[in-house]
Design a protein around this ligand. Structure first.
Ligand code: FCB
Length: 470
């Protein structure tokens, strides 16, 4: 079922069909999906329309100082009304896959219980239209917009949220599973648990180590419960997850730095994947993992397991350099003063590193669920957008992906973040990261950037241009 024709996965399984173009490092295997991604909070707007409930991001953006430019996503790109314009872009580029999310509070305004028929119908229309233009939908069930009603009941630190998520995911599979084959359960568990409950920079804006730890455990339980709920509805669905992973290197070859790096990697990259495949948490904390503080109960080992059909990776070309000791520049506070990490930006070669590592660790097919380049260009409505830096980024990352495939990683596709410029969470409208430009003051129409045209040519030809031409 998985596996490119003739392409060996890391555990040596080989599938039938034409061989992958091993010799040509610019050509991609026949089944590789070139796609783009978005999420509903970031593009939809219509925050209180047609029965949608409040989400934690609708609430969080009202906190003074929470969003850098003081904006909110109540209109964003107005994709709730203008989604045909978004789909027209996919068609114009000849993309084969669209990773989009569904707003939990649009389907279940209170997070559970009464279903909002208008919400369900809205995504029915988009999914039908995608099928008509031959673009595969990849549905993210949860891209951070927890219904506020569930937050009022404790949010992700409350273990019940895992069961509510599974019920919601089952409803989605029942409604859309006849047309949607690819599913992504949750987006970036690190981000909505650690940044949301530990650092307080994401909704709901809480800074509490204990709540953060509990949130990570509930998210892992939700991952597994959601996986099984979808499979019960339809066993043929391909169900996976999206994690933001990046390579980490020790600052020096010393034992102390290597051990700090191992622990950092365990928490940063494996905390949400090991439990799915093994039922166990990796050893990340010096004094032993804080199971009690996490709310871990006997028997949870079994509840955490989910043999995901694919692992999804969101890669933004960073590299973590990790040293023992010190407290400056902490990316991830495990045990205070124990681990110090700094990020190096723009490391496209890390894509290969992460893909090969992921393939070897978990031996699953991989989908790149996001990668992209925030390169704010001046707004020039209607005029061409010359975003050469984004083209160079995508070219470098795609070469790295191609190398990973040759090295044995079973990579099924890549989704550029984002299809269109969008509302970027705590950065508001300050980031411009789309393949097409949107005027947020008047989000009518979208202008395909040079990068969108370039990516469309790559997607159609399934081949990168000769290196010297980029
Ligand atoms: C990822 C998020 C996505 C977008 C990109 C830039 O971490 O999943 O929604 O904001 O970053």
């Amino acid at each position: 079922m998985f596996g490119f024709p003739g392409h060996a996965s890391p555990d040596g399984r080989k599938s039938e069909g034409a061989p992958a173009p091993e010799g040509n490092l610019e050509a991609f295997p026949p089944g590789f999906l070139f796609g783009a991604a978005s999420s509903c909070v970031q593009i939809e707007g219509a925050a209180a329309e047609d029965g949608k409930g409040e989400s934690i991001w609708d609430r969080f953006c009202r906190q003074p100082g929470a969003i850098r430019d003081g904006s909110n996503p109540s209109v964003a790109c107005d994709s709730y009304h203008r989604w045909p314009e978004d789909l027209a872009l996919l068609k114009a580029m000849g993309l084969q896959s669209y990773r989009m999310s569904i707003a939990w509070p649009r389907i279940l305004p209170a997070g559970k219980g009464a279903v909002n028929r208008k919400g369900l119908d809205h995504y029915n229309k988009i999914i039908d239209a995608l099928c008509e233009i031959g673009v595969k939908p990849l549905i993210t069930c949860f891209h951070w917009d927890l219904p506020q009603a569930l937050q009022d009941a404790g949010g992700w630190p409350n273990r019940d949220t895992a069961a509510h998520f599974a019920d919601y995911a089952a409803l989605l599979a029942k409604t859309y599973g006849d047309r949607v084959e690819y599913w992504c359960l949750l987006n970036e568990l690190q981000a909505f648990t650690v940044a949301g409950y530990g650092w307080g920079v994401h909704a709901p804006g809480i800074k509490d180590r204990g709540l953060m730890l509990r949130a990570t455990h509930t998210a892992n339980l939700a991952q597994a419960a959601g996986f099984h709920a979808l499979k019960v509805q339809r066993s043929s669905l391909k169900v996976g997850i999206a994690h933001d992973l990046y390579p980490v290197h020790p600052a020096s070859p010393s034992d102390a730095d290597r051990e700090a790096c191992r622990r950092f990697d365990a928490f940063r990259n494996c905390w949400f994947l090991d439990p799915a495949f093994t039922g166990e948490y990796p050893q990340a904390f010096v004094a032993g993992n804080p199971y009690e503080a996490m709310g871990f109960r006997p028997g949870d080992e079994a509840l955490l397991r989910a043999p995901l059909d694919y692992t999804g990776i969101n890669y933004y070309a960073g590299l973590g350099i990790v040293a023992a000791g010190g407290e400056g520049g902490l990316l991830q506070r495990l045990d205070a003063h124990e681990v110090r990490a700094r990020a190096i930006k723009f490391y496209p070669a890390g894509m290969k590193e992460v893909l090969v590592d992921l393939a070897q660790r978990y031996k699953r097919p991989i989908i790149i669920t996001e990668t992209g380049c925030n390169e704010p260009e001046a707004l020039s409505p209607g005029k061409p957008v010359h975003d050469g830096a984004r083209i160079r980024y995508l070219d470098a990352v795609l070469r790295s992906v191609r190398e990973a495939i040759t090295a044995g990683a079973d990579v099924h596709g890549m989704h550029v973040w984002s299809l269109i410029d969008d509302w970027e969470w705590q950065s508001g409208f300050q980031a411009r990261i789309g393949l097409a430009q949107v005027d947020f003051n008047n989000p009518v129409g979208r202008t395909l950037k040079d990068s969108g045209a370039w990516y469309g040519r790559v997607a159609r030809s399934r081949t990168l241009p000769a290196a010297h031409t980029v």
